[in-house]
Design a protein around this ligand. Structure first.
Ligand code: SF4
Ligand code: SF4
Length: 154
């Protein structure tokens, strides 16, 4: 069953990419699938609608739970980053305060691989942030603020 739900998540991501104007070959490349599977998915074949319904309910969770449920279902961190990056509609802005001591805890907890420490200062790529808030929650000096800058359309 987890595999079917992971397929449901890929289906949702494929539909979103198609809405954004991507060609099937590009969708296949982005999602690590073969082109015929993408074609089947987009034509509603080879998928159970119950899997899609469960996948839709997962995307409705808070972004942290969406991220970790996707990771547990796919078992693949790259796939997880791609699916979550496509399906999270909000945009975020990360603000790092001067209290950062460069400990690297935030780097370790970011499943999206979106943080680095340069010259003992945390740097966060706001573009790739899914808003899971793990960095903000785990920073020992409370130096990170993750701010939503665009309302979700979901
Ligand atoms: S966890 Fe906090 S203190 Fe440590 S590097 Fe990240 S922002 Fe800086
Ligand atoms: S909120 Fe923090 S931990 Fe989560 S994706 Fe954004 S930068 Fe990474």
């Amino acid at each position: 069953m987890p595999k079917h739900i992971a397929s449901g998540l890929k289906y949702l991501a494929a539909v979103k990419l198609r809405e954004q104007g991507y060609f099937q070959k590009d969708i296949a490349k982005k999602l690590g699938m073969d082109r015929s599977t993408v074609s089947h998915y987009l034509n509603g074949r080879n998928l159970s609608w119950s899997s899609i319904e469960v996948a839709e309910s997962i995307t409705s969770c808070c972004n942290h739970d969406f991220l970790y449920l996707t990771y547990s279902l796919t078992g693949d961190v790259d796939n997880t980053r791609t699916i979550v990056g496509i399906l999270v509609e909000q945009k975020f802005r990360a603000v790092v305060g001067d209290t950062c001591i460069g400990c690297g805890v935030c780097v370790d907890v970011c499943l999206m691989d979106n943080i680095s420490v340069v010259d003992l200062k945390c740097q966060i790529d706001s573009e790739g942030c899914c808003g899971c808030l793990d960095c903000q929650t785990n920073c020992p000096t409370n130096s990170i603020q993750i701010l939503e800058v665009q309302s979700p359309n979901k």
